[in-house]
Design a protein around this ligand. Structure first.
Ligand code: ADP
Ligand code: MG
Length: 278
């Protein structure tokens, strides 16, 4: 789905980026000048410990909360400068897979998926049925049309929520901890589905995670939120690390100080500016 945004200010050629973003809740500062850029049509992962600001970053991208200062680019628009009406049009480009799921308990899987399509009235009845079918197949839930959410397993609920998040064919899919609460096999299934969906529908996927192995498998770009800043790079760049903070984050079993002393950890060519402070 494409939305005409010619009337909204296009301020930047970046697809999805933060520039010098500061964010706080009361006196709890979360970001102190965070900058990063995620490429279009790829999977990017935001890694970080609990409370590092991962969900906050997603909610800022979704325009659900406003930063104190800085620029947030979504598909070339600085969303901090948009009116509510303009922001509505940007939000139409976003799909959100947030924790807790988004399924309505009293509706079948089919109706949960058809509901936003019927509401927006962009597709006719037979086109709605075709879209729901294609999406159910894409998430491996073909045949689950008539089931209620209460009849689904944990992994199936995640897949149905993923179907719900992509039913409008967003440009950008935001996923907050999509593997949490799943057994390892179901988690691997969701990981594979996110990669398939990313390629099949050319959706930019942003995944918030604390799972390092899956991040290294699926990400094109990784943003690591650390207690005293943020670091951005490809999985290969981060694996080749450089900064003892990154080495110890990616390999918590290793003693970063010992690595550093042994000369296996060099200075960090950081591409991201400072990020989090506690
Ligand atoms: P993460 O998702 O990485 O675990 P969050 O982005 O949820 O972390 O939160 C980052 C910090 O901001 C935490 O210290 C959290 O308590 C605080 N925080 C998040 N949302 C709010 C809010 N609505 N009001 C006050 N503090 C918040
Ligand atoms: Mg969170």
């Amino acid at each position: 789905m494409t939305t005409d945004l010619t009337s909204t200010p296009r301020t930047d050629s970046a697809h999805l980026a933060f520039r010098n973003v500061c964010m706080a809740f009361g006196d709890r500062q979360v970001f102190d000048g965070l900058s990063f850029s995620f490429p279009p049509g790829r999977i990017s992962v935001i890694l970080g410990g609990s409370g590092s600001g991962k969900s906050t970053a997603l909610r800022l991208i979704g325009g659900l909360i406003q930063p104190l200062s800085g620029t947030i680019i979504v598909d070339g628009n600085d969303i901090t400068r948009l009116s509510e009406r303009q922001m509505y049009r940007v939000r139409a480009k976003l799909g959100m897979l947030f924790q807790g799921g988004a399924l309505l308990d009293w509706m079948s899987v089919y109706d949960n998926l058809a509901f936003p399509l019927r509401e927006r009235r962009q597709l006719r009845g037979d086109a709605i049925a075709a879209r729901v079918r294609e999406t159910l197949v894409a998430v491996g839930l073909d045949g689950a049309d008539d089931l209620l959410p209460s009849q689904l397993s944990g992994g199936m609920i995640k897949r149905a929520a993923l179907a719900r998040a992509i039913i409008m064919r967003p440009l950008i899919l935001l996923c907050d901890e999509p593997f949490s609460g799943l057994d390892p096999i179901s988690a691997r299934r969701i990981e594979a589905l996110l990669s398939e969906i990313n390629q099949r529908f050319t959706i930019t996927v942003v995944v918030v995670s604390h799972d390092i192995p899956s991040t290294m498998r699926m990400a094109s770009q990784v943003l690591v939120l650390l207690p005293d800043g943020a670091v951005e790079g490809t999985p290969a760049e981060l694996q080749a690390a450089t900064d003892p903070r990154i080495a110890s984050f990616l390999n918590p079993d290793l003693d970063a100080a010992a690595l550093h002393e042994a000369g296996r950890v060099e200075a960090l060519p950081s591409r991201a500016q400072t990020g989090t402070t506690w």
